[in-house]
Each structure stands twice: as C-alpha cells, then as structure tokens.
Design a protein around this ligand. Structure first.
Ligand code: KIV
Length: 272
C-alpha cells in the first residue's frame, strides 16, 4: 500500500508530485457518474478522470467529439459528489478551448465553478499553449494530454499508435517540455512507443501518466468501462480486463426476465 493510500486525506496535485518524486506509481481511472465514482474512490485510486470518453461509453458516439461542455459538467458534478479522496480531473471537451484562450478560460471556469472538480485536462501541445497558460494563471491546475489525442481523430484518420516516426516523436518531446514549462501538473501520454514514453518521463519532473505507453512512466490510466469488461468490443493490446462485468450484467438481467416471465418474481416474501 502506498503512502497516499494509507492516508485517507484528499489527494492534491502536490500529493501526486510527491508520489512521483518518491517513485510511487499513480493509479488513475475514469468515471462518469456518482455511483461508479463512489466505488472507484473507495478502491483507493489516486485520480479520477471524468474523461470525454463519456461520449463513447456513456452516450454511444463513435468519437469523443460530440460531447458538450454542459454534458461534461453534468457527469463531473456527480463524480465530484462521490469522491472523498481522489483528485478529480475533468476533460475540456472538443471545441471549448481550441478557438482562443479567453474561451478556453471561460470553459475551464465553468467546469471548476459548476462541478467543484480539482483540475481540467486538455489535449495538445504548442497549439493550445496560450490557453493552457491562461487557465493556469487563473489558478486552475491543468493536466496535459499528448500522443493519441482522440479529439484529433479526423486529422489522424485512425486510432493507431502515434509518434513512431522520428519527426512526430521529436515534436511530442518538445510539446511535453512546453507543457511542463507552462505549469501543467501532469501529462497523459496515450498510445505511443514505450521507449519514447520512458524517455519523456525521465526528462520531465512532473508526473507522466500512461495509457498504452508502457510501464516506465509515473502512473497508469484506463477507461473504467473497458477494464471492467462493460464495453466488450474495444480490445486494444494495452487494455487489461480486470473483470467481465458486462457478462455478469446480461446474465443477471436475463435471469430476472426469466423469473418475471415464469411468474417466479415476485414471490410471497417479496410483496406487501
Ligand atoms: O477521455 C478519456 O477517457 C481519456 C483517457 C483515455 C486518458 O482522455
């Protein structure tokens, strides 16, 4: 058990930096609603991410682009009410920060005011740097996100591994340093070669959290519905399934349907 787990005090961005400095791995996971976030928080996770992957796993969209700021605020406010200990980070959704830094700040402030979350996450490097700096200067902690950035799926054309070519790897390293220098408290690296992620984690002082980025980083993040086997069609190499809740749910509900049809439910003890 890590020092942070033994301590039930609320995790802050400082706690995460201390963990990274001591070489303690950071466990981060997504959540999108009160009930699941309560279970996640009780499990000792350090960071709960209200990811815009809500667009996929909660709303069934094929990309993260359609989710709105109002919808993210709805998801995040339930998660914040559930999390006693974990730091809650909320994704700024597509279209709410890329336009200009003033708009980005307004979006971040809405999230902080209306959800009481602890930080926001933004995708991109140099292109969004002015927005990152403006949000941080207003006192809002920012987590960066580089590598496979799903909000840019239409530019990439696929969800394949990023930064396998030297030029893209060089840009990614530059962007990581720019984000650290701008004051980001942590960075997510998604689906890039493990050796590149390891190099960046070594070069940066702030925590580097990986998803499909190997083990030589400061922490890991997974999408809750993927690691629990609620979403069953998503099977990338980096995903470890820790449960098969999807199967348990369909079995349980199938049994309920059978019991209703066969007049087994409710029985004499289950009525007034
Ligand atoms: O939206 C999300 O769930 C994310 C994680 C995959 C890092 O950004």
């Amino acid at each position: 058990m890590s020092a942070a787990q033994k301590d039930s005090k609320k995790i802050t961005v400082k706690t995460l930096q201390n963990m990274a400095d001591k070489g303690e791995k950071i466990a981060m996971i997504t959540a999108y609603d009160y009930s699941m976030a309560k279970l996640v928080d009780m499990s000792g996770v350090d960071v709960v991410l209200v990811g815009d992957s809500a667009a996929n796993v909660m709303a069934g969209y094929s990309s993260t682009l359609p989710i709105t700021l109002n919808e993210m605020i709805y998801h995040a406010s339930g998660v914040v009410r559930a999390c006693q200990r974990a730091l809650v980070v909320v994704d700024l959704p597509f279209g709410t920060y890329q336009g200009n830094s003033k708009e980005a700040l307004c979006s971040a402030i809405r999230i902080m005011k209306e959800t009481e979350a602890n930080a926001v996450k933004m995708e991109g490097g140099e292109e969004v740097l002015e927005s990152v700096k403006r949000i941080i200067s207003a006192g809002v902690p920012v987590m960066g996100h580089l590598g496979l950035t799903p909000q840019s799926i239409n530019k990439f054309g696929s969800y394949a591994v990023r930064a396998t070519a030297q030029a893209e790897a060089d840009k990614l390293i530059r962007d990581a340093h720019l984000l650290e220098d701008a004051g980001c408290f942590a960075i997510v690296l998604e689906k890039i070669p493990a050796s590149l992620a390891a190099q960046i984690a070594l070069e940066l002082r702030i925590p580097v959290i990986g998803i499909g980025a190997g083990g030589e980083v400061d922490g890991q993040v997974l999408v809750l519905h993927d690691m629990l086997g609620i979403t069953q069609e998503f099977t990338p190499r980096f995903l470890r399934r820790y449960a098969n809740i999807g199967e348990q749910i369909t079995q349980a509900i199938g049994q309920y349907v059978k019991d209703v049809r066969e007049r087994d439910f409710p029985n004499s003890q289950e009525q007034y």
